[in-house]
Design a binder for this molecule. Structure first.
Ligand SMILES: Cc1ncc(C[n+]2csc(CCOP(=O)(O)OP(=O)(O)O)c2C)c(N)n1
Ligand SMILES: [Mg+2]
Length: 377
C-alpha cells in the first residue's frame, strides 16, 4: 500500500448507538453534533487553510474562489427558475459542497476523466463547461451540454472529458474503473476521477470496483462525498461502519479522510492521489466529509433533519471559509471580492438568457445519441 503522509482531520466517530435488532440509530443525528468539537475543528481548518494559501499564487486562488461563487450563485438561480416552472424533472443542488468539486478538479489535468452522480452541476462548472450550456441543459434546451436531452441529472461534456451525470446510485463507479483501465491499456497517463455519495458505498458496485482497481493497479480516484444523508436517511441509520475511508483497507488500497469544507485541503488530498495514480498507476479512496445545505432535490420537504442542524453546518460554509482566509491573508482587497461577485452575476444572468432563448430539441433528435452505430433503416 502507498504510504500516506497526511491525515488532515480525524475521521468521524462511530457515532450514535445502534439497536441490535434493527441497526437503526436510537439517537437523532442532530444530537451527535458537538458544538465545541465543531468550533475546534473550524479553527484548525482556518489555520490550515491560511498556511496553504501562502503556497499558492494569487491567480490560482482567485480562480478557485470564482468557481465556488459561480456554483453557488448559479444554483441559487437554478432553484429560482425551478420554482417558476422553467426547469422540469429532478434537480439536485450542490450548495454547501462546492469545495469538493472545485478543490478536486483544480488538481487534475484537462485530459483526465471525471464522472459523478446526478448532483452534477458543480462538477460540470468546475470542469469548465460553460454556465450557458449547463443552464440550457437544466431548461431542456438544444443549447445544453447534452443537447437538452439529459437535463439536470445527465450533464455531459465530451470536450471536457466530463462523462456525466449518472442517475443510478453508484452506476458511475464501475464505468470510471473501466475508463481507468482503458487509460492504462492505451498507455496514456490519464487519471479517472469518480465522485459518489456515501449512500453509494453500500452498493456492491463500489466494492467490486475497488477490488479490481487495486488488483489491476488502475489509475482511478474514488471520491466519496459524504454529506451524511442519502435522501432522507442519515448515514448512522444505513451504514454499519461509517468511516468510509477505512473500507479501502479491505482492498489494500490507499485512502484518506478529508474535510470537504476546506477547498485547499481537498485540493491537496487530490494532488496526492493524482501523483499516486499517474506515477505508480495505483488507485485511492478519498472520503470527504461535507454537508448539503439544501434538500436532497428540489422536491424534498426536509423533515428528517432540523433547521438547527443545517445552521450548525452553515457556520462552516466553504465559500465563506475560503473568502475569510483570503481576506485574512490580505490576498484580495474588498474591491476584488466585489469584482468576482459582479462577474459571476453577469455570467449567471447571461446563462439564463441563453437558456431562455435556446430552442427546444427538434423532434428528430429523439433518435440521435442513443447508439454509437445506429442501425440504418
Ligand atoms: C440504484 C439506485 N437505488 C436507489 C435510487 C434512488 N436514490 C436516488 S438518490 C438516492 C440517495 C443517494 O445518496 P448519496 O449517494 O449519499 O448521494 P447524495 O444524494 O447525498 O449526493 C437514492 C437512494 C437510485 N437512483 N439508484
Ligand atoms: Mg449523501
Amino acid at each position: 500500500m502507498s504510504e500516506l503522509k497526511v491525515t488532515p482531520l480525524k475521521p468521524r466517530d462511530q457515532g450514535a448507538e445502534q439497536s441490535a435488532v434493527t441497526g437503526i440509530s436510537d439517537i437523532d443525528s442532530t444530537d451527535a453534533i458537538n458544538p465545541e468539537e465543531l468550533r475546534e475543528e473550524h479553527q484548525q481548518r482556518q489555520q490550515h487553510q491560511r498556511e496553504q494559501i501562502e503556497e499558492l499564487d494569487k491567480e490560482t486562488l482567485q480562480k478557485i474562489l470564482y468557481q465556488m461563487v459561480l456554483i453557488r450563485r448559479f444554483e441559487e438561480k437554478a432553484a429560482e427558475a425551478y420554482t417558476l416552472g422553467k426547469i422540469g424533472g429532478f434537480c439536485h443542488l450542490y450548495i454547501g459542497q462546492e469545495a469538493v468539486a472545485v478543490g478536486a478538479l483544480s488538481a487534475i489535468r484537462p485530459d483526465d476523466y471525471v464522472m459523478t452522480s446526478y448532483r452534477d452541476h458543480g462538477h460540470a462548472l468546475a470542469r469548465g463547461t460553460s454556465a450557458d450550456e449547463v443552464m440550457a441543459e437544466l431548461y431542456g434546451k438544444a443549447g445544453g451540454c447534452s443537447a437538452g436531452k439529459g437535463g439536470s441529472m445527465h450533464l455531459f461534456d465530451r470536450d471536457a472529458n466530463f462523462l456525466g451525470g449518472h442517475g443510478i446510485v453508484g452506476g458511475q463507479i464501475p464505468l470510471a474503473t473501466g475508463v481507468a483501465f482503458a487509460a492504462k491499456y492505451k498507455g496514456t497517463d490519464q487519471v479517472s476521477l469518480v465522485f459518489f455519495g456515501e449512500a453509494a458505498v453500500n452498493q456492491g458496485a463500489l466494492h467490486e470496483s475497488l477490488n479490481m482497481a487495486q488488483l489491476w493497479k488502475l489509475p482511478c480516484i474514488y471520491f466519496c462525498e459524504n454529506n451524511q444523508y442519502g435522501m432522507g436517511t442519515s448515514l448512522a441509520r444505513a451504514m454499519s461502519l461509517q468511516d468510509v475511508s477505512q473500507k479501502a483497507h479491505a482492498y489494500d488500497m490507499a485512502s484518506e479522510f478529508v474535510d470537504g469544507m476546506d477547498v485547499l485541503a481537498v485540493r491537496e488530498a487530490t494532488e496526492r492521489a493524482v501523483a499516486r495514480a499517474r506515477n505508480e498507476s495505483l488507485p485511492t479512496l478519498i472520503e470527504v466529509r461535507t454537508y448539503r445545505f439544501m434538500g436532497h432535490s428540489m422536491s424534498d420537504p426536509g423533515n428528517y433533519r432540523t433547521r438547527a442542524e443545517i445552521e450548525k453546518h452553515q457556520e462552516r460554509d466553504p465559500v465563506k471559509l475560503f473568502s475569510d482566509s483570503l481576506k485574512h491573508k490580505g490576498v484580495m482587497e474588498d474591491a476584488a471580492f466585489k469584482e468576482i461577485e459582479d462577474r459571476v452575476r453577469a455570467e449567471v444572468e447571461h446563462s439564463v438568457k441563453f437558456a431562455e432563448d435556446s430552442p427546444l430539441p427538434a423532434p428528430e433528435e429523439l433518435f440521435t445519441h442513443i447508439y454509437a452505430n445506429p442501425i440504418k433503416p
